[in-house]
Design a protein around this ligand. Structure first.
Ligand code: SAM
Length: 318
C-alpha cells in the first residue's frame, strides 16, 4: 500500500456511510467478512507490538523481539492479501499481494517451533495464561491469532492458502513462544491445579493445621515436581477416611515430603483424640533416600513420629 494512504486527512475519510475500500478499490460494508479478518489480523499485530514493548529491558530476549517484529511485518502482508480478494484481483495486484509463494515464511515459523520445543519442560497440567507482562500479552496474542484464523476461514478461496497457513502456524508458534517466555522470564507461573486448590480450599471448611500448611507450602516452594503431592482438600479427605474406616495399619507407597502421611495421622488424632500409637500405625516408604529424610524431619516437626514410620526403601522391598 502507498505510504500516503496509511494516514488520511479528515477530508479524505470516506467511511461515514459504513463502507470502506478494499485494496482493489472496491467498496464494501465495514462488517464485510474481509474487514472482520483484516481487523483481527491488525489486532493481532498490535498485541504482538505490546508484547514487544513488555520485553524491553528483559534480559536475553532481543532475538525474540526481533522475531516478533518480523512476524508483524509478515502480518502486514497477510493483511494486504486479505484486502485483495482473489476474485477481484487484477494481475498486477495479484503479484503485489501474493503471500509467501515459496512457503518460506511458514517454514521459518516451523523452524522456530523446532528450536523452542526442546527447551520446554513436559508437563501434564494446563497452564493458566500468566507468566509476567510479556508472556501474558503473548497469551492474548495467541487467542487473537485464533480469532484471526476463524475470521479468515469464510474467505478461503479468496485469500491465498499460504496466508491462512501462516496464521494457523502462528497460533501454534505463539503458544510455544509464550510457554518458553513464561518458563524463562516469568515472575509468576500458575499451574491450573494450584489455582484450583486455592479456590477449593477457600470454598471449603478445610481447617488445615499449621504444621501441615507449613509442610505444604515449603514443599510447593522448594521441590521440583511438588504438584505430585496431594492437595490440602485431598488431605482432609484421607484423614476423614482413615478415621471413619477405623484403620489399624496403613502402608503408604511413596511418602514424598510426608504431607499425605501427616494428614492420615491427623485422621487418627481426630478419631481417638490422642497420639497413642496403639490405635493405628502408618508405615510410609520412599525410595529416594534424601526425600525420605525430609519426610522424616517433617513428621518429627509435626509431632507424629510415634504414629508414622518412614521406610527409606523401594515399595517392592517392603
Ligand atoms: C506422588 S508422590 C507421593 C506424594 C505423597 N504421597 C504426598 O501426597 O505427599 C510419589 C513419591 O513416591 C516415590 N516412589 C515412586 N515409586 C516408588 C517406589 N517404587 N517405591 C518407593 N517410593 C516410590 C517417589 O520418589 C515420590 O516421592
Amino acid at each position: 500500500m502507498d505510504s500516503k494512504d496509511v494516514i488520511k486527512t479528515p477530508s479524505e475519510l470516506t467511511g461515514d456511510k459504513g463502507n470502506s475500500s478494499l485494496y482493489t478499490g472496491e467498496r464494501r460494508s465495514k462488517n464485510d467478512p474481509v474487514f472482520e479478518a483484516l481487523g483481527a489480523t491488525d489486532e493481532l499485530s498490535s498485541t504482538i507490538g505490546l508484547a514487544i514493548a513488555h520485553l524491553e529491558g528483559v534480559d536475553k530476549t532481543a532475538e525474540l523481539s526481533k522475531q516478533l517484529q518480523f512476524i508483524q511485518c509478515m502480518l502486514q502482508d497477510v493483511g494486504s492479501n486479505i484486502a485483495t480478494p482473489i476474485s477481484s484481483k487484477s494481475d498486477v495486484k495479484k503479484d503485489q499481494t501474493r503471500f509467501d509463494p515459496d512457503g518460506a515464511a511458514v517454514t521459518e515459523l516451523e523452524g522456530w517451533i523446532d528450536e523452542l520445543m526442546p527447551k520446554l519442560p513436559s508437563h501434564r497440567h494446563f497452564i493458566l495464561p500468566s507468566g509476567g507482562l510479556a508472556a501474558s500479552t503473548l497469551h492474548v496474542a495467541r487467542t487473537v491469532c485464533r480469532r484471526a484464523e476463524r475470521a479468515i476461514i469464510p474467505l478461503l478461496g479468496e485469500v491465498d492458502d499460504s496466508a491462512f497457513a501462516y496464521v494457523n502456524r502462528l497460533a501454534a508458534t505463539s503458544k510455544i513462544a509464550t510457554a518458553f517466555l513464561a518458563r524463562n522470564y516469568a515472575t509468576k507461573k500458575l499451574l491450573i491445579s494450584s489455582e484450583m486448590h486455592s479456590y477449593s480450599n477457600s470454598m471449603s471448611n478445610l481447617d488445615e493445621p499449621p504444621h501441615l500448611s507449613a509442610v505444604y507450602s515449603k514443599t510447593m516452594d522448594k521441590y521440583r515436581g511438588a504438584n505430585k503431592m496431594i492437595s490440602p482438600l485431598q488431605g482432609r479427605m484421607i484423614s476423614w477416611l482413615v478415621g471413619s474406616l477405623g484403620c489399624k495399619q496403613i502402608l503408604e507407597l511413596g511418602s514424598f515430603t510426608g504431607y499425605s502421611a501427616l494428614w492420615m495421622a491427623e485422621g487418627i488424632y481426630n478419631k481417638h483424640g490422642s497420639k497413642d500409637s496403639q490405635m493405628c500405625h502408618i508405615w510410609t516408604c520412599e525410595r529416594v533416600k534424601s526425600i525420605a529424610e525430609i519426610a522424616e524431619r517433617n513428621i518429627e516437626n509435626g509431632g507424629a513420629s510415634d504414629l508414622i514410620t518412614v521406610i527409606p526403601k523401594e515399595a517392592i522391598d517392603v
